[in-house]
Design a protein around this ligand. Structure first.
Ligand code: AMP
Ligand code: GLY
Length: 422
């Protein structure tokens, strides 16, 4: 069977790598990057060109399309593939609204009695400004729509909140995505990312993970797409995990079902573990990036079979197991990331890095030139992912491998997984 992975970042490299372990599966990928050649055949199709993806899937006789990023999901790629009779892993547009509209998510959570931050939604800047002038601080200002990680401002000072509202709603810095704004109470606690695979009825939980969003050590500096991740976290093991399944995941799926929406694919819950218990910060309608890299290296089982079973609503007939050993992914970023990532810098030391025991180097923003050299092509360049017997060994392996890679302007955090226990 041919499986087409849509997307071309680090998450998709990890998906393609894992799918390629299924016997009898040939993996194809839209565009690909400098590292995916080893695991997938690249097709000259843009992940967001819906017509071209469908045409290509048909022409290639693809048996399953696995969608990585949120943009094509929010644009209805899964719906279109289903209409074309092509099996797809990923939610339909109506279900993907859990990521593409924060106001919709809050509505669903409220109806399902799932704990989340207190919230208000605004369509007019004047009303939003009146609210932030009088509210408690800190406060969180969120663009309602998709903003590629740029739509959330945690405002410690009132001026920051006012600026964010003006930027989103008046200046339109995020375009349509920021015309409606959700303002949330600030939650205090420990964060974790919980991904499950679901067909709307049955649920296969993946290992819990923790993302590191800020660009510098000790969570300093601006937000990024994610500078690294580790798995597992005790916040999502055993009874704690069962509690999240029962109090967050199941009621959310049931509420969607009440509305006639069957959620199929990965449901990602960004959670804050507060003194009152876990609360939802956000949902994503897809695998997280970079959480997927450490989570998939810990996942044992046949991913293509699981994805196909998911698309057919028979997830109860398959299983995935989780490796006991921990994993850590350190993201190596390009000069200028996150503000102004520079591209075109030559990357060296990739082979030497991959030789470190327990290490997989997943490519994200990379490109292979005709002469065979690999250059940077985006902000997050590589996800150096390691497994080991303990977090200590795992971190040592990841950082040893990272130290063998060189490109101009390369930077990465030195504290990924430091907070992990075990
Ligand atoms: P997002 O881009 O939606 O993942 O949000 C970025 C980050 O903002 C999250 O990972 C949290 O660290 C933080 N955040 C979002 N909402 C809240 C909230 N209500 N309270 C505290 N922190 C939040
Ligand atoms: N790592 C968070 C995300 O994928 O949005």
């Amino acid at each position: 069977m041919k499986v087409l992975v849509v997307g071309n970042g680090g998450r998709e490299h990890a998906m393609a790598w894992k799918l390629g372990q299924s016997r009898g599966v040939e993996v194809l990928i839209t565009k690909g990057n400098g590292g995916t050649d080893a695991v997938a055949r690249a097709l000259p199709v843009s992940p967001t060109d819906i017509d071209a993806v469908i045409e290509t899937a048909r022409a290639e006789g693809v048996g399953l399309v696995a969608i990585g990023p949120e943009a094509p999901l929010a644009a209805g790629l899964a719906d279109r593939l289903m209409a074309a009779g092509i099996p797809v892993f990923g939610p339909v547009q109506a279900a993907a609204r859990l990521e593409s509209s924060k106001a919709f998510t809050h509505e669903v959570l409220e109806a399902a009695h799932v704990p989340a931050a207190g919230w208000h939604v605004f369509d007019h800047a004047d009303d939003a400004l009146r609210h932030v002038v009088g509210c408690h601080l800190p406060v969180v200002v969120k663009a309602d729509g998709l903003a590629a990680g740029k739509g959330v401002v945690v405002a410690l000072r009132r001026e920051e909140a006012i600026e964010a509202v003006k930027a989103f709603m008046v200046d339109g810095t995020l375009g349509h995505a920021g015309r409606r704004v959700v303002i949330e109470d600030f939650l205090v606690g420990e964060e974790a990312s919980f991904m499950v695979i679901t067909d709307g009825e049955h649920i296969l939980p993946l290992a819990g993970a923790r993302d590191h969003k800020r660009v510098f050590d000790n969570d300093m500096g601006p937000n990024t797409g994610g500078m690294g991740a580790f798995s597992p976290t005790p916040l999502l093991e055993g009874e704690a995990r069962d509690h999240v399944l029962a109090s967050v995941i199941r009621p959310t799926l049931s509420e969607l079902a009440k509305r006639g929406i069957t959620y199929k694919g990965v449901l990602y819950a960004g959670l804050m573990f507060t003194a009152e218990g876990p609360k939802v910060l956000e949902f994503n309608c897809r695998f997280g990036d970079p959480e997927t890299q450490p989570v998939l290296v810990r996942t044992k089982g046949n991913l293509s079979e699981v994805m196909l079973a998911c698309s057919e609503g028979r997830l109860d007939q398959v299983r995935l197991d989780i490796e006991r050993h921990p994993a850590v992914c350190v993201v190596l970023s390009s000069a200028g990331y996150p503000e102004q990532p520079r591209v075109g810098d030559v990357i060296e030391g990739l082979n030497e890095a991959s030789e470190v025991e327990g290490v997989h180097v997943f490519h994200a923003g990379t490109r292979r030139l005709p002469d065979g050299s690999i250059v940077t092509a985006g902000g997050r360049v590589l996800g150096v992912t390691a497994v080991g017997k303990s977090f200590r060994e795992t971190r040592e392996r990841a950082y040893l491998a990272a130290s063998r890679i060189r490109f101009a302007g390369m930077h990465y955090r030195s504290d990924i997984g430091k907070a992990a226990r075990g």
